[in-house]
Design a protein around this ligand. Structure first.
Ligand code: GLN
Length: 489
């Protein structure tokens, strides 16, 4: 028999339901894989005792004939940006040293209510700022995929620990958060499915804030079906988050009919960048062929403001971040570095507590929000954001969904792009526009690069049409028959 950790989330759920194994057995298999995978540095905190206790509760429930659905008893990992009651929560930052929340984020609470078993908190870029997981105070995460040259690759970011742990088959799913691509790009780099729901689908309550008008939680799993099952357990209206939208929660897995006949899929021509690697273009063309073969119609569409999306994002996200991060002052949370005066204590704490990328964003953010620059940068960026959202609205008058690459490259080498922030920001070129528009999108692993590393394709739909995201995503997954077993590892 294959290892229990080789099962998909859906298979693990079916095995638990059939009594083939217990949650304790499944959890022990995950905990052993977590230990064996420590060199990946995917976890900041491991919670084996808690996991065993929750697994035992799940088994006891099942023994009484009660179950809470497909996630009941299934080991998952939680990005260390979600506050977890009684469990250290770091956001990948030194400034949150020793911060142990007394409350649970709504999303992790929802998963807990669904019976999911948390095995640990995953590593991430500091405050979710980054595309490589190299800005974490807790050190970089390693991508479990091995390139032909044998050099370590980044897992992408900011949800790099979540992506790496799912790809390495340590857990059956992990939570991510996506502000400008942090679920989808690491999904693409690690050969797994990463799904960012519509802004407002999952509650942001209890998630350490980066850029509040963009942040959204979502599932990271090995299959599209698993992502649908996991989102079902995460999402839902929450009165504690005023931006959480009071809409019905459909049965996402029921949308996986495999039928996309007659669906119109748009190919945004502005995503065809100059100098884009041929392998990315080729995969994109392949995606078009797969969807056409499944009965969809494809056509070129235009999103004319696409080229302004990155500069717009890199004004709005730092502006919101600088305001959100003002609370880390050495008084209320975590680290305190003393000084002779209150101001000096603030300065010392923030100087020592924040890493270089976070300091850069705070500087950019306070600059674009300062009197005299506010209109020129921040207000203008907000206006452009509306134009970008309007581009999508117009495109969706003609088509039902959009197909694009997820990222302009495969996973890059550890250390690469670290001294060139602009090169790092460019990696978000395909994920940021839909984030600015608040739209749902998925990255599905679809092929391998020349060096043998995973590449993803992205599907974007209108707001609150996650069902279509999943349906088209699954068709791509079936057509590509991507093998999630780590090659060369
Ligand atoms: N890479 C982007 C950034 O650095 C997106 C991060 C995210 O989605 N959290 O801001």
């Amino acid at each position: 028999m294959a290892a229990l950790t080789d099962l998909t989330l859906a298979e693990a759920a079916a095995g638990l339901a059939a009594g083939d194994f217990t949650s304790i057995e499944l959890t022990d298999a995950s905990l052993a894989a977590m230990e064996a995978g420590r060199a990946l540095n995917a976890f900041i905190t491991e919670t084996p005792e808690l996991a065993r206790a929750r697994a035992a509760e799940s088994d006891a429930r099942r023994g009484r004939g009660e179950t809470r659905g497909p996630l009941d008893g299934v080991p998952v990992a939680i990005k260390d940006l979600f506050c977890t009651e009684g469990v250290l929560t770091t956001a990948g930052s030194h400034i949150l040293d020793g911060f142990t929340p007394t409350y649970e984020s709504t999303v992790s609470q929802n998963l807990r209510n669904a019976g999911a078993v948390m095995i640990g908190k995953t590593n991430l870029d500091e405050f979710a700022m980054g595309s490589s997981n190299a800005t974490s105070y807790y050190g970089p995460v390693i991508n479990p995929w091995r390139a032909d040259d044998g050099k370590d690759r980044v897992p992408g970011g900011s949800s790099g620990g979540s992506a790496s742990s799912v790809a390495a088959r340590i857990c059956f799913g992990a939570t991510g958060t996506d502000t400008g691509g942090s679920i989808r790009q690491p999904g693409s780099f690690c050969g797994i499915v990463g799904m960012k729901p519509t802004y407002g689908r999952c509650s942001r309550w209890g998630i350490v804030a980066f850029a509040s008008s963009l942040d959204q939680a979502g599932p990271m799993t090995r299959t599209v079906r698993d992502a649908a099952l996991m989102l079902q357990g995460m999402a839902g209206h929450d009165p504690k988050d005023s931006t959480s939208t009071p809409v019905d929660l459909p049965d996402f897995a029921a949308a996986l009919t495999g039928d996309i006949r007659g669906m119109k899929i748009g190919i945004p021509k502005e995503y065809r960048l100059d100098g884009m690697p041929e392998e990315i273009e080729a995969l994109w063309r392949q995606g078009v062929e797969w969807l056409e073969a499944a009965g969809a119609e494809t056509r070129e569409v235009s999103l004319p403001h696409t080229k302004y999306a990155l500069p717009t994002y890199y004004i709005i996200a730092p502006a919101e971040a600088s305001s959100n991060l003002a609370r880390y002052d050495g008084v209320r949370y975590g680290l305190r570095v003393p000084g002779d005066s209150l101001d000096e204590m603030y300065e010392n704490t923030r100087g020592a507590g924040f890493g270089a990328e976070v300091r850069r964003r705070v500087l950019i953010g306070t600059y674009v929000l300062s009197a005299g620059y506010y209109d020129a940068y921040y207000i203008k960026a907000q206006r452009v954001r509306s134009l970008i959202a309007r581009d999508f609205d117009r495109a969706f008058e003609e088509v039902d969904a959009l197909l694009t690459p997820t990222a302009p490259s495969a996973a890059f080498a550890l250390g690469e792009k670290m001294d060139d922030p602009i090169a790092m920001y460019l990696n978000d070129v395909f994920t940021v526009p839909s984030s600015l528009a608040g739209l749902p999108a998925i990255s599905v692993p679809a092929g391998l690069s020349r060096e043998g590393l995973p590449l993803g394709l992205q599907i974007i739909t209108p707001a609150f049409d996650e069902e279509r995201v999943f349906r088209v995503g699954e068709v791509l997954e079936t057509a590509s028959s991507f093998d999630t077993r780590l090659r060369g590892a």
